[in-house]
Structures are given as structure tokens and as C-alpha cells.
Design a protein around this ligand. Structure first.
Ligand code: SF4
Ligand code: SF4
Length: 446
């Protein structure tokens, strides 16, 4: 199938041992093992990073920008994802974190968590309209989920809330703020997202929601974390930037943070791609029309579980929740009043999506409907002959996917070890029979 999509998840053939671990976990069945090596079907990949997390031989990696790319601009702004804070104990202040970023080469910091507050207010006011909304509305924050909807649930595109994810709003605000503050031309300023996942990097190179992004690139947190950790211990205080985001913005870094910030009560918090896919299936079957909003995140636990974060996910969750709690204790005002601290962005910048999200269906067997229907019949026939235990030994993730691969000419029936055994047994049986005489009769020649 033709692929016009950029992907941040890359594959190192040399490292791959063909162990089939990744094919069992890929949520869109985008991986096959052929010739003893994994192969990514590009049209199916949603860049969730699950295979990076699972591969025991580090054969999958994320292709993101690096600190060296920062040198291309005169002035550089770091946009830390709220999940970056989860990599440090709550006693390490955000100002210290910003100072470490300064030493790594950034001239300024703009918190994505601050933009998350603006997005929170936009979601809240959008959801108040209620009449005419396709419920449940689905959060737009996680690009891996947006891609999952594009490839597996295109009928749900109208349910995605038409509001930009915080990182895009942050980029526009940061570029505006620092163009004004420095007097430099906007194009000479680098605006870098410090990303917990490859999906965000993909969305920058090939955005689904904006016509042109204000981001210069995305730098994977794991690529500089070691160096940052070394620096941070030696920093006493910072004058690079003051932390501005409230506990509500920072909470977007873990599952449930968006819902807490928006105050949407009749809502679901779903995390982990397989779990999200299950819920999306239910929504597709109209079984959740009475729910208003669903926060869907590809990583277990939310962004703190991102594939490019080095810290243990549970420790990261504890760190961020504790940081939020401590901050909340110093925020005596109510939810709205606290968030309205970010009102200057809410009024100055439209957070609405620039363009319609397009479907990317992957289930099409053929452009010609007659041929496609014929293939459906063939798949059913082949599947009925397969053992149905989804062992993955054939290199396809399930028996159904092997049947489809066979019909599409991408695999052979004998790739299934059970079918192969049947063929070998039949051959052995045939060979063990006594030879036939010239008249085609079996028995001993006299
Ligand atoms: S998990 Fe996938 S990519 Fe990694 S070694 Fe096993 S088959 Fe290869
Ligand atoms: S949950 Fe967060 S870290 Fe994970 S893929 Fe989505 S945006 Fe990236």
C-alpha cells in the first residue's frame, strides 16, 4: 500500500532478532516478521512508540531532533512538556529545571503547561454549547490517538474536539512573546518542544491539525536527560524564567489531569492504546452517547508513560502528582480563578484547529469493490483453515492478519507452523506408502 506519511519511529534491522515481541503489542497490527526480521507497514503505524518500549533488543528508536539542531537559530526557546517535570523529584523546582535547560543551550523557556490552561478554558466553553455536539467528544491532546482514529476509526473523526493540543498553542505564544521581547525576526527564533514521545515529533513534521506549525522541531527528552541530571545538582537558583503554570496546567502530564482541569464531570479517562481502542469501538457502536467527553491517551498513565522518558513510569507519576499537590496547596482560589491566571493567552490566541482531520483507512483490500468483496470471501475461507490461536509464530500478529496477508500476497499459508506441519505430515504419509506397480496398484511385485 502506498505510504505518504512521515514516521518518527525508525527500525534498526541489524539489532532485530525476529523475536516477535513487538508484533504482539502493536495496537494497529503494523508489524510483521518476514525473513527473520521485523517490518513496519508504514500506512498502519501511528507512532505511539509501543514497539520502542517493548523491543528487548532496542531495534526500534525515535528519530527526533537533537540539541545540536538548536545551533541553527539565533535565539532558542524550550517548550517543556509537563511530563518533563515528572522526571525530577518535586523538591527540584521548575526554576532549577529551566536553569538546566539554559545551560544545555536554550535562551528562554515557555511552559506547555501554561498553554494547557488556555486550552482548558477553550474546551470548557466549547463543551458548554452541548446542543449539536457529537458526544462523546474526544480529546485532541494525544497525536497517537488522533492517528489511531484516522486509521482504525475514521467514522469518529467528527467526535474529536476541534481545539489544538497545548503544544501548538504554546509554540504560537512563545514565538510571539520572544519575537516581541528580543526584536529578532520570527524565523531566526527556534521553538523546540521537549517531547516525551515520537508521536509529537511526527505531528510537527506532518501536522494533522494546523496548516503551518510554529514549532521548529521536537527533541526527545531521553536524548538530553542524562546530561541534564548531571547539571541540575550543581544549580542553586535560576534567573532564566519564572514558573508560571498552575497545578491545573501541569496536571495535563498524567492521565486524568485534563479532566480535572476542565471540570467535566460526565467524562471518561482512558489510557493505553489497547484500552483506548476498546472504548473507541464502543463509541463507534453508539454505546457511549450519554458520556460528554473522553480523555484518551496512548501511553499507560498518560504522558508520564511516554516512550522517550527514562524514569520509571510509576516513579514519574508519583513525582508529578506530588508536585501538583504541593502547588495546589498554595493555590487557595477555585479552579477557574486559578486557571484564569493564564487568561492573557486565552484572549490573545485562537486555540481552534486550522484544518479538518482527514481519514487514513487501512482496511481497504482493493479500490475495486468487486475484487475487495472477493478478497473478503478468500480471507474467511483461509481463516477457517487456520488454528485460530494467534500465536504469532508465522510473523503476523493474529491468524486473521495472516489470512489477510496471504490474500494480499504478503505471506504464504505455510508460514503458519500448523499448516506447515500438516503439509509435512501429508508428504510423509505419501512417502511411507508402498510403491505402486505399473497398473497403479499397491502391493509387492511378484
Ligand atoms: S521486538 Fe520486534 S524489532 Fe525488537 S527484536 Fe523482537 S522482532 Fe525485532
Ligand atoms: S500519551 Fe502523551 S506521551 Fe504518550 S503518545 Fe500521547 S501525547 Fe505522546
Amino acid at each position: 500500500m502506498q505510504d505518504n506519511y512521515f514516521h518518527s519511529v525508525k527500525f534498526d534491522k541489524e539489532q532485530c532478532r525476529g523475536c516477535v515481541t513487538c508484533i504482539k503489542f502493536c495496537p494497529t497490527e503494523a508489524i510483521r516478521i518476514r525473513g527473520g526480521k521485523a517490518r513496519i507497514i508504514q500506512s498502519r503505524c501511528i507512532d505511539c512508540g509501543e514497539c520502542i518500549r517493548r523491543c528487548p533488543h532496542h531495534a526500534k528508536r525515535a528519530d527526533t531532533d537533537t540539541l545540536a539542531d538548536v545551533g541553527k537559530f539565533n535565539f532558542n526557546v524550550a517548550l517543556p512538556a509537563p511530563a518533563l517535570y515528572s522526571q525530577f523529584a518535586p523538591a527540584v523546582s521548575r526554576e532549577k529545571i529551566f536553569a538546566a535547560l539554559h545551560r544545555l543551550g536554550f535562551d528562554a523557556v515557555y511552559e506547555v503547561a501554561l498553554a494547557a490552561e488556555c486550552v482548558t478554558l477553550e474546551i470548557e466553553s466549547y463543551m458548554k454549547r452541548r446542543a449539536g455536539l457529537k458526544t462523546p467528544m474526544i480529546s485532541s491532546a494525544c497525536p497517537a490517538i488522533i492517528r489511531l482514529i484516522q486509521v482504525r476509526f475514521p467514522s469518529l473523526i467528527g467526535h474529536i474536539i476541534p481545539i489544538l493540543p497545548p503544544v501548538e498553542v504554546a509554540a504560537t505564544e512563545a514565538r510571539r512573546e520572544f519575537t516581541r521581547a528580543t526584536g529578532l525576526a520570527a524565523e531566526t527564533i527556534g521553538v523546540w518542544f521537549l517531547t516525551p514521545c515520537p508521536a509529537k515529533a511526527t505531528n510537527i513534521r506532518q501536522p494533522v491539525d494546523v496548516t503551518a506549525t510554529d514549532l521548529s522541531g521536537a527533541i526527545g527528552i531521553s536524548s538530553f536527560y542524562g546530561e541534564m541530571k548531571k547539571i541540575i545538582g550543581a544549580i542553586s537558583e535560576s534567573d532564566i524564567a519564572k514558573a508560571r503554570a498552575s497545578s491545573y496546567g501541569i496536571g495535563w502530564g498524567y492521565a486524568g489531569g485534563e479532566i480535572r482541569a476542565t471540570g467535566l464531570v460526565n467524562s471518561l479517562i482512558v489510557h493505553g492504546v489497547k484500552e483506548v481502542a476498546d472504548v473507541l469501538e464502543q463509541i463507534e457502536m453508539n454505546k457511549m452517547d450519554d458520556v460528554d467527553y473522553v480523555e484518551c491517551l496512548a501511553c499507560p498513565g498518560g504522558c508520564i508513560g511516554g516512550a522517550l522518558l527514562p524514569e520509571n513510569r510509576f516513579v514519574a507519576e508519583k513525582n508529578l502528582k506530588l508536585r501538583v499537590r504541593r502547588l495546589r496547596d498554595r493555590e487557595p482560589a477555585g479552579r477557574r480563578q486559578t486557571i484564569l491566571g493564564g487568561r492573557e493567552i486565552a484572549q490573545g490566541n485562537s486555540a481552534f484547529r486550522h484544518k479538518t482531520i482527514q481519514p487514513r483507512p487501512i482496511m481497504k483490500l482493493d479500490d475495486n469493490i468487486v475484487i475487495a468483496m472477493k478478497k473478503v470471501g478468500q480471507i474467511k475461507q483461509i481463516l477457517a483453515e487456520l488454528p485460530g490461536i494467534d500465536c504469532g509464530a508465522c510473523g503476523s500478529p493474529t491468524c486473521a492478519s495472516l489470512a489477510e496477508d496471504i490474500v494480499q500476497g504478503l505471506a504464504a499459508e505455510t508460514d503458519c507452523v500448523f499448516k506447515l506441519r500438516q503439509v509435512v505430515n501429508a508428504l510423509e504419509e505419501e512417502m511411507s506408502k508402498p510403491p505402486k506397480n505399473a497398473r497403479g496398484e499397491t502391493g509387492t511385485e511378484e
